[in-house]
Write a protein that binds this ligand. Structure first.
Ligand code: DHB
Ligand code: FE
Length: 283
């Protein structure tokens, strides 16, 4: 059977991808950020996931105001890196496990989570940057070491889903994966965050204390984390901190009692606090 072995929470700041793509990760501004992912890359090499179920948000790349799905599941055979204004990132095309993705679509919808099914989609930094930080440099002519099933969540246009809805969706994702007959090591990523606001008077807002509390809750009290309100995210973490509801999908797909394997927190990267956590299932 397929099983969910571990979850990864990870910011997806586009400048991190640009730093890797332009070869400046050793520069003083970036070095401490990338040092903090060394252990994660070693851990990925040991774990060798077959499939990554990657929860992220599209930043008006594949979607615009004409169509705003709350949850969109990638069911295409592959997903090309999108051109976000500077040409597509020089990273591999993302390959899907289409049979598992279709199984998850069926299982979730019959489990009463109504998803949009994407049979064609380009993916932006929200998806490619977490793969880059966790795997290191992988060239456009290579393959990512794992197949990837994208789940795209609307956190751009009001109203985004609640943390509680996301947490319960994570549980349904776990049920879907556990009922797939192929023997697969599946990892789940929740991306975005941590505290950041990219515009207007509070631009540059960083709330380390709140971010640390959120990382603690990820390990110790996921149910408590699932009850954080939209208003609290906006007040404490800035307008884009709402991206953290996506971590709750990851967290819902894990056991309530997990092992925290690693954590990294760094400020700044662009206007953003970068947060990262690795959680392993005990079962
Ligand atoms: C930035 C953009 C993002 O989508 C994000 O999650 C964090 C930072 C940025 O432009 O700095
Ligand atoms: Fe983002």
């Amino acid at each position: 059977m397929a099983r969910v072995t571990a979850g990864v929470g990870c910011s997806h700041v586009p400048a991190i991808g640009a730093a890797m793509d332009t070869g400046i990760t050793h520069e003083p501004y970036w070095k401490p950020l990338f040092e903090g992912f060394k252990k994660s890359r070693e851990w990925m090499k040991e774990q060798k996931p077959d499939v990554i179920f990657l929860v992220y948000n599209d930043h008006c790349t594949a979607f615009d105001a004409s169509c705003i799905p709350t949850f969109a599941l990638g069911c295409a055979a592959e997903f090309k890196p999108a051109d976000e204004g500077w040409g597509p990132r020089p990273v591999p095309v993302v390959k899907n496990h289409q049979k598992l993705a279709s199984h998850i679509a069926q299982s979730l919808i019959l489990d009463e989570f109504d998803l949009t099914i994407m049979n064609e989609m380009e993916v932006d930094h929200g998806l490619t940057v977490p793969l880059s930080v966790m795997y290191g440099d992988v060239g456009p002519d290579e393959d990512w070491p794992a197949l990837v099933i994208p789940l795209c969540v609307n956190v751009v246009q009001y109203p985004p889903p609640t943390g509680n809805r996301c947490y319960n969706l994570g549980k349904a994702v776990r049920r879907a994966i556990n009922s797939f007959e192929e023997d697969l090591n599946v990892m789940i990523f929740g991306t975005g965050g941590m505290s950041h606001q990219l515009q207007y008077k509070r631009a540059g807002l960083i709330n380390k204390e709140w971010d640390t509390k959120f990382l603690d809750l990820m390990t110790e009290d996921p149910v408590g984390a699932s009850q954080i309100s939209h208003l609290e995210y906006l007040r404490e973490t800035g307008s884009e901190g709402i991206e953290m509801v996506m971590w709750l999908i990851m967290r819902g797909a894990l056991d309530e009692d997990v092992t925290e394997v690693y954590r990294h927190y760094h400020v700044p990267a662009s206007n953003t606090a970068v947060g990262h956590i690795i959680l392993e299932n005990k079962t």
